[in-house]
Design a protein around this ligand. Structure first.
Ligand code: M6R
Length: 603
C-alpha cells in the first residue's frame, strides 16, 4: 500500500504538484519516495530513502516540467533503499513507472527480461513494469505497450507510466488497488487517494477494476479490460483534506478495519496455489520447515494474541508443539529453547524493544529466528534469520486491527504448509482461506447490530469476554481493543474457567460477549453461557454462521457461513468494531488513546 501521484499539464506544473501530493500521501507509506519527470530529452529521476523531506534535499534544480509521476513507498518486495524507491525506469531511461500493490509473477517476468538482456537496478517487483513496456515498444506507443504488458502481469496493483517520447500523457492502470483521476483546468491529475489533489480540484473520476486510462492536460479516456472505451461517472468530492486522508472515515482505525478485505487479499496474494500453500512464499524452504521440531512464539500485545491463535492452528493442523510467550516476560525468564526450535517473533512495527530482545537472545542461543512483520526493512526483519511480511499496508491508528488479522492469516499459512510437509494436507482449509477476503466484505456490510450494542456497552464500567479454544484467544484481543480505546474495564476468560471464580462478578445486566466459532465444542461453550444467564448476565454472541438459530444467547451477531477455522478471522471484525464504536460513543480519541504509542521502542 503506497501512495502514487501523476500530473500532466502546463510547463512548470508537474514538480510542485507531485511533491505536494506526495506530502499529503505520506501516511500511506514513508520508507522512501521519488519523482520522475517526462521531458523530451529523457526521464529525469530523483529518489531517496526515508521521508518526503529527504526527497526534497535531492530534488536540487530539477526542471519543473509539464508531466510526471511520484511515489511514496511502503515496501513489499525489497528493502527501503534509494535503489528500491520508485519511480523505476527501463534500460534507456525513456519510460518511468510508479506502482502500488504486488506483481505476483514478477520473478518469472524478471528472469525472462534479464535473459533478453534487460538490466535491473532494484529488488522490487515494480521494476518489471518499465522493462516490459520497453520490450513491448513503449518508447514508440506507450498505450499499446501498457495494454500488452497488462496481459502479462498477475496480481493486485495500480500503476502509472510516462514516456519521454510522449511527454503529454500519463497512462494509468487499475487492477484492484485504488486509482483516481482528478480533473483540473488545462491540467489533470492521477492519484491513489483524493487527498493528493483536493487542494487543486474536487472533480474526480474513480477508475474501476480493469480500467486503463490515458490522461492528457485537457482530456482523459478510459478503456475497460476488454479494450472498449467506457464512461466512468465524474464525481464532486466534498471531503476536507484530513477527511480524505482517512478515506472519508472519521478515524484511521475505522478506515483500517474497513480495509481488511483488501489487506487480506494482499496478504494471501501469491501464497495459495490451487488447494495448496506456496511454501516458498513463506520465507523458509520445505527442508527448513521439515527440520522444525518445536516452535516458540514471542510477541507483545495484539501480536501476542495472534500468536495464541497461531499456536492452536499449528498444533492442531501440523501436530508440532508451540509455546507462546509475552516478549517482556520471555526475555527475563531464562527460557528453555531446545535445539530444533524455530523462534517466531510477531510484530506489526518490527521495532518493539522486548520482541527484538527475544530474537537477539534466541540467536545467541544458536536458534533459528523467523519474523512475521508488516514492516519491510524494520529492525526485526533485518535481525531475524528469515522473514515473512503480512502486507497489511501502513497501520496508523494505535489500536492494531488489520495487522492482527493478517498476522492470523500468515500463521494459518504456516500451519497449513507445515501440515502438508508432515503429510497431513488440508485442502478444505486452503479453500476456506481463499474465500476470506470476500467473506470479510460481507461481514463488514452487516455490522449495524454491533453499533447498536456498542452504544449500550459504552455506558458500562465492566465487560466480560468469554470463549473456548481459539475463541478465548480472540476474546483476549477483543477485550484489549475495548480497554485501550474506550477505557472501559474488560476481561477475557476461558469460558470453562468462569465458575472457578469470575462468575461471582456477574450480576443482573452485566454485559458478556461470547465468541462462538469453535463449532466442535459449541455445547461446552453454551453451557457456560447458560451459567452467565442464570446470574442475570446479558449475553452478546458473535456466532459462526453454521450454528443453529435457537442457541440460548440474548443478542446474536451472525458471521457468514465459512470454514470453522477461518471464521475466527471474520470474528475479529465485530470485536474491533465493538471497541471502535464504544470509544466513539464515549467521545474518546480513538486513533491516539491516552498513554499509548503506536510503536513501543523502549522497554
Ligand atoms: O508493533 P508490534 O506488533 O510489535 O506492537 C506490539 C504491541 O505494542 C501492539 O500490538 C499493541 O498491543 C497494539 N497497538 C494494541 O492494539
Amino acid at each position: 500500500m503506497c501512495g502514487i501521484v501523476g500530473f500532466v499539464g502546463q510547463e512548470a506544473g508537474a514538480l510542485p504538484f507531485i511533491f505536494d501530493g506526495l506530502k499529503r500521501l505520506e501516511y500511506r507509506g514513508y520508507d522512501s519516495a521519488g519523482i520522475a519527470l517526462a521531458l523530451p530529452e529523457g526521464i529525469v529521476l530523483r529518489k531517496s530513502k526515508g521521508k518526503i523531506t529527504l526527497l526534497q534535499e535531492v530534488l536540487g534544480s530539477l526542471p519543473p516540467g509539464p508531466c510526471g509521476i511520484g511515489h511514496t513507498r511502503w515496501a513489499t518486495h525489497g528493502r527501503p533503499t534509494d535503489q528500491n524507491a520508485h519511480p523505476h525506469t527501463d534500460c534507456h531511461g525513456e519510460i518511468a513507472t510508479v506502482h502500488n500493490g504486488i506483481i505476483e509473477n514478477f520473478q518469472e517476468l524478471r528472469d525472462e527480461l534479464m535473459a533478453d538482456g534487460h538490466q535491473f537496478s532494484s529488488d522490487t517487483d515494480t521494476e518489471v513494469i518499465p522493462h516490459l513496456l520497453e520490450a513491448y515498444g513503449g518508447n514508440q506507443d506507450l498505450v499499446l505497450a501498457v495494454r500488452r504488458a497488462e496481459e502479462r502481469l498477475k496480481g493486485a496493483y495500480a500503476f502509472l507510466a510516462v514516456s519521454s517520447h510522449e511527454p503529454d500523457k500519463v497512462v494509468a492502470v487499475r487492477r484492484t488497488s485504488p486509482l483516481l483521476i482528478g480533473l483540473g483546468q488545462g491540467e489533470n491529475y492521477l492519484a491513489s487517494d483524493f487527498s493528493a489533489f483536493l487542494a487543486a480540484t474536487r472533480r474526480a473520476v474513480v477508475l474501476e477494476n480493469g480500467d486503463l486510462a490515458v490522461v492528457t492536460p485537457t482530456s482523459y479516456t478510459v478503456m475497460d479490460s476488454e479494450g472498449h472505451s467506457v464512461t466512468r461517472p465524474e464525481i464532486e468530492v466534498d471531503w476536507d483534506i484530513a477527511q480524505a486522508e482517512r478515506g472519508g472515515y472519521q478515524h484511521f482505525m475505522l478506515k483500517e478495519i474497513m480495509e481488511q478485505p483488501e489487506a487480506w487479499s494482499d496478504c494471501l496474494l501469491g501464497r495459495l496455489d490451487g488447494d495448496r500453500v506456496v511454501v516458498e512464499e513463506l520465507g523458509l524452504s520445505r527442508e527448513e520447515w521439515a527440520a522444525v521440531s518445536r516452535i516458540q512464539i514471542v510477541a507483545a500485545g495484539t501480536a501476542y494474541h495472534a500468536g495464541l491463535i497461531g499456536k492452536a492452528l499449528i498444533e492442531r493442523l501440523a501436530r508440532i508443539t508451540v509455546t507462546v510467550d509475552v516478549a517482556s516476560e520471555f526475555r527475563y525468564q531464562d527460557p528453555l529453547v531446545e535445539p530444533g526450535t524455530l523462534v517466531i517473533a510477531i510484530s506489526q512495527s518490527g521495532e518493539t524493544a522486548d520482541t527484538l530482545a527475544c530474537v537477539r537472545m534466541a540467536r545467541e542461543m544458536g536458534r533459528k529466528t523467523y519474523a512475521i512483520t508488516n514492516t519491510v526493512g524494520s529492525t526485526l526483519a533485518r535481525e531475524s534469520d528469515d522473514v515473512v511480511y503480512t502486507h497489511a499496508g501502513p497501520e496508523i491508528a494505535v489500536a492494531s486491527t488489520k495487522a492482527y488479522t493478517t498476522q492470523i492469516l500468515v500463521l494459518s499459512l504456516i500451519a497449513l504448509a507445515l501440515a502438508e510437509i508432515r503429510g497431513m494436507p488440508r485442502p478444505d482449509i486452503v479453500r476456506g482461506l481463499r474465500e476470506v477476503p470476500a467473506l470479510g466484505a460481507t461481514v463488514l456490510s452487516r455490522m449495524d447490530p454491533v453499533k447498536a450494542f456498542a452504544q449500550k456497552l459504552a455506558q458500562n464500567r465492566d465487560v466480560f469476554y468469554v470463549g473456548r479454544g481459539m475463541d478465548w484467544a480472540l476474546c483476549m484481543e477483543g477485550q484489549l481493543k475495548l480497554k485501550e480505546i474506550s477505557y472501559i474495564h474488560a476481561e477475557a476468560y476461558a469460558a470453562g474457567e468462569l465458575k472457578h471464580g469470575t462468575l461471582a462478578l456477574i450480576e443482573e445486566g452485566t454485559p458478556v460477549v461470547a465468541v462462538i466459532t469453535e463449532t466442535a465444542i459449541v455445547d461446552k461453550t453454551l453451557s457456560n453461557v447458560l451459567e452467565v444467564k442464570a446470574r442475570g448476565g446479558e449475553v452478546w454472541g458473535i456466532v459462526a454462521g453454521q450454528l443453529p438459530k435457537n442457541i440460548p444467547i440474548d443478542h446474536r451477531i451472525d458471521l457468514p457461513l465459512a470454514h470453522p477455522l477461518t471464521s475466527l478471522v471474520l470474528a475479529a471484525v465485530p470485536l474491533q468494531l465493538l471497541a471502535y464504536w464504544a470509544a466513539v460513543f464515549r467521545g474518546e480519541d480513538v486513533d491516539q488513546p491516552r498513554n499509548l504509542a503506536k510503536s513501543v521502542t523502549v522497554e
